[in-house]
Design a protein around this ligand. Structure first.
Ligand SMILES: [Zn+2]
Length: 181
C-alpha cells in the first residue's frame, strides 16, 4: 500500500480494529518515510452469484433456498442435517471458486443430484422429481431405471452393497408418496 503523500511503499501499523459488524478491519498506518498517518480498510470481497431461471429471470444465489430444497428432499430419510449442511457447503464452495458468476437452475440441480446420488436414493428421486418437474409416473420410472443402470456400473466389490440398496422398497415408496401428495 503506497503512502498517499509520498508514495513510499512501507508503512507500519499503529492500530488494527474491527469495524462495527465485524465486516471489515480498519488499520491506522504511519508511513516509514514521511511519517504521515493514513487509514486502510480490509474487507471480504463478496462476489454475488447470479442464478438464471428456466424462464430467463435472474436472481442472486441464496444459500438458504438451496438448503430448504435439499432438506425437503431428505425428509424422513437417513440423511442427517449435518450431512445436508456439508452438501450445501460443498456446492456453495464450488460455485464461489468457479470462474463463472452465472449459473442456471439446471447447473445447481445437477450438482445437488450428483451429491444426493451417493447419499440416499429416496432423496435423490424426490429432488429430481421437483427440479426436473416430473409430469407423471413415466418420469419416475425413467429416473429409477437410470439409477439402477448406473448402479451396475460399479466395481464388483461394491456390487453386493448396492444390490441391497436397489433391492429395498424405499424408492418405490417415495414414488407412491409423491403421487399421493
Ligand atoms: Zn509517506
Amino acid at each position: 500500500m503506497l503512502c498517499p503523500t509520498c508514495q513510499h511503499k512501507e508503512s507500519r501499523v499503529l492500530e488494527s480494529r474491527s469495524t462495527e459488524g465485524k465486516q471489515s478491519i480498519r488499520r491506522r498506518r504511519e508511513c516509514l518515510n514521511c511519517k504521515r498517518r493514513f487509514t486502510t480498510y480490509e474487507r471480504i470481497e463478496f462476489v454475488p452469484i447470479t442464478i438464471i431461471k428456466r424462464d430467463g429471470r435472474q436472481e442472486s444465489f441464496e444459500r438458504s433456498k438451496l438448503l430448504r430444497g435439499i432438506i425437503r428432499a431428505c425428509e424422513k430419510t437417513t440423511v442427517t442435517h449435518q450431512r445436508i449442511e456439508a452438501i450445501v457447503d460443498e456446492i456453495e464452495a464450488k460455485l464461489q471458486n468457479s470462474i463463472a458468476r452465472e449459473f442456471t437452475t439446471d447447473d445447481i440441480g445437477e450438482l445437488v443430484l450428483k451429491n444426493l446420488r451417493h447419499e440416499n436414493e429416496v432423496a435423490y428421486v424426490r429432488f429430481a422429481s421437483v427440479y426436473r418437474k416430473f409430469q407423471g409416473i413415466k418420469d419416475f420410472i425413467e429416473t429409477l431405471n437410470h439409477l439402477q443402470e448406473t448402479t451396475w456400473a460399479v466395481p464388483s466389490d461394491q456390487e453386493d452393497e448396492l444390490w441391497q440398496q436397489s433391492n429395498n422398497t424405499e424408492s418405490s415408496t417415495a414414488v407412491v408418496d409423491y403421487l399421493h401428495r
